[in-house]
Design a protein around this ligand. Sequence first.
Ligand SMILES: [Zn+2]
Length: 309
Amino acid sequence: MILLQFSTRTLIPQVGNCLRKTSKLKLTRIEMNRPSSDLAEFREIFAKAKHITILTGAGASAESGVPTFRGAGGLWRKWKAQELATPEAFGRNPSRVWEFYHYRRELMLSKSPNSAHIAIAECEARLSKQGRKVVVVTQNIDDLHKRAGSKNVLEIHGSLFKTRCTNCNNVTENYKSPICPELAGKGAPDPNTEDAKVPVENLPRCKESGCNGLLRPHVVWFGETLDSDILTEVNNELDICDLCLVVGTSSVVYPAALFGPQVAARGVPVAEFNTDITNASKTFTFYFKGRCGITLPPALARHESEVIF
Ligand SMILES: [Zn+2]
């Protein structure tokens, strides 16, 4: 289709008389290439799939009320996430960055997985009994897939509930609330809040024997590269899956934006569940518009051909 659009644009100035005819041709081709929204057709493919990869982004968590700290109104105090979620910001002011992450961890304790997370987790559990596999690849750091019960989860941007030692690099799950005594009651997002200025020795520290290094959130910050081991696992999934779902991702954050198109390029069906059509949508087989908490549960529900255990 990209080729067709290119030729149409170049033809128009040269062959003015053909303008109407060419435009009609272009429209017809776009109509033909538009992804299907036929749920029954999707369900036939879903019923036969043995290995399903589900890519999720911020849209999957939006219905749980998880803020992204991006875009208009997305400030914590007077900062955007891009100003706090960097190694430089942490180096300059680890107390402030830990306050920001402490706030986000505590906030998540008041949020719950929504019907999209639950549909995915139930689908994984049900299909695993049939010898079929579901793997979630998520850009979200909020832990909601795991809390919903998903087992196969690749968190490409890390997790709010993991720490990494800046000294020994040890990565640990951490669900403590508060994460350290001095952050108790801190982290309020109001722009008039004073920094807590917690001394660095009282911020979260490594518990490995003899280390005591400063811990940081195990999340991928702006300017950092993604974990290569996780990316290798993701690429394996993308190479072997026989159905791929793209759920609530804006297709603007790389490399995740390339994952769906990468699967589509192999000729494997890709189904997008999103509130807005994206640049990648036209490369996919299916597009289901709407909030994924509404569209996903009927798509992943038990198919009549599935054996009940
Ligand atoms: Zn350590």
